[in-house]
Design a protein around this ligand. Structure first.
Ligand code: ADP
Length: 162
């Protein structure tokens, strides 16, 4: 039986840290659905959900067939069941991630005991990479090469200098 997992997040935008988690997830699962979570009542973040999906698609072409890219709103556990996956993947960086992830995992378990959450750790090179920080650094003209794929870097520069 093929093992499918959902990797949810804001991905605003996708970074090399996210890509590292996707690649690791594919060593454990047969198929990974990268799912951009958005709020349909209010636009949050720098990029629209469509732009985020298109950037992810762009930088994961070589994984075609083993991953799908999607977006969703509403409860993550409902989405996970709807797409026939039994597992949620999350990435962990510093201890700072732990509290939030712990609360979210227990809430999801309360809502859907059959959906398991699995945590993966990225390479230490991505330890300080976050979508929030790369946006901040680019907005002040700082260098983020190596932290996001080149096409994402370009889109960030366009968006933040507009
Ligand atoms: P969210 O807004 O749901 O936290 P993000 O897009 O920021 O979504 O992140 C999605 C997931 O990827 C989260 O579990 C986050 O901890 C993880 N993640 C993000 N960046 C990294 C990184 N550099 N290394 C490891 N995990 C990461």
């Amino acid at each position: 039986m093929s093992k499918r997992a959902v990797y949810p997040g804001s991905f605003d935008p996708i970074t090399n840290g996210h890509l590292d988690i996707i690649q690791r997830a594919l060593t454990v699962f047969d198929h990974v659905i990268v799912a951009v979570a958005y709020n349909k009542d209010k636009q949050t973040g720098l990029f629209t959900p469509e732009e985020r999906v298109s950037m992810i698609r762009d930088v994961t072409k070589e994984l075609d067939g083993r991953i799908s890219i999607d977006s969703f709103h509403g409860l993550l556990v409902d989405y996970t069941r709807r797409v026939g996956a039994g597992t949620i993947i999350r990435g962990l960086r510093a201890v700072a991630d732990f509290e939030y992830e712990f609360q979210m995992t227990l809430m999801n378990r309360h809502l859907a005991g059959d959906v398991e959450t699995v945590f993966l750790m990225a390479d230490e090179a991505h330890f300080f990479t976050s979508s929030r920080l790369v946006k901040e650094v680019v907005s002040f003209g700082g260098d983020i090469s190596g932290l996001v794929p080149e096409s994402v870097h370009r889109r960030l520069r366009q968006k933040l200098s507009a």
